[in-house]
Design a protein around this ligand. Sequence first.
Ligand code: XIL
Length: 302
Amino acid sequence: GTTLGSAAARTGRYFGTAVSAGKLSDSVYTGILSREFTMITPENEMKIDATEPNQNQFSYGNADRIVNQAASQGARMRGHTLAWHGQQPGWMQSMEGAALRQAMLNHITQVATHYRGKIYAWDVVNEAFADGGSGARRDSNLQRTGNDWIEAAFRAARAADPDAKLCYNDYNTDDWNQAKTQAVYRMVQDFKSRGVPIDCVGFQSHFNSNSPVPSNYQTTLQNFTGLGVDVQLTELDIEGSGTAQANNFRTVTQACVAVSRCTGMTVWGIRDTDSWRASGTPLLFDGNGAKKAAYTAVLDAL
Ligand code: XIL
């Protein structure tokens, strides 16, 4: 029968989900996973605190379990994430300056080398820009190592895994008229003009009543591709229920399909009960694993 993955593949796209290693023993979960999805992002298992819990001691067990699941079902992997202010291990949180810069680059080199050839796209840097109207970088220990930390991260990732697509990933970059969106756009434009290796921009796309799907979402995706990068919807979830939620999922899916370099989309979990959101029903399957109206809307729009 038709699935999200096979429907997306008709136009050369993938359809992915975030996966938690701890749920791979749940047969309802893995049943939907292997049936519907052609791309997998580890929800937490490739983050810095998971892969380097102590400095220079790397821990790949849970991430490798997810990579093995992907291989067993013929799905590809998005790697998430090599450099981020969030979910840093304690040792990194307390570092600064040149030592932190070196630790970040070593982390990127080690992890990207471990997974070399197995990752379709890496979120090399996650969430490096501030919210609000400033268009500034987010303050973080990584940012305080120098404004060039992002390009240094991308160069290290390219050297370690030359065939992986290298993405910048963020949220609240969906509305073309927002300062944060414009600031990321200018960074990508600058990287392209100076030959800094970047191949894609990920739009997390966590939508809710405070952060609704903007009317110019497709324009934003299209404009970024004008810089010569692919775009991807990397962590899609939309609060709500019923027809209203389904309509929002349809709009978002249609936007990706209308943009030739929107190469695929990933939802941030399988069932509503798998969502990182403390409450609400933001995904495509209900807690029993049944397809919601939002599922049908996405399938029809692919
Ligand atoms: C979230 C996970 O879903 C949670 O399990 C974890 O507790 C916190 O992180 N932006 C990102 C993701 O880039 O890594 C976040 O994932 C959600 C927001």
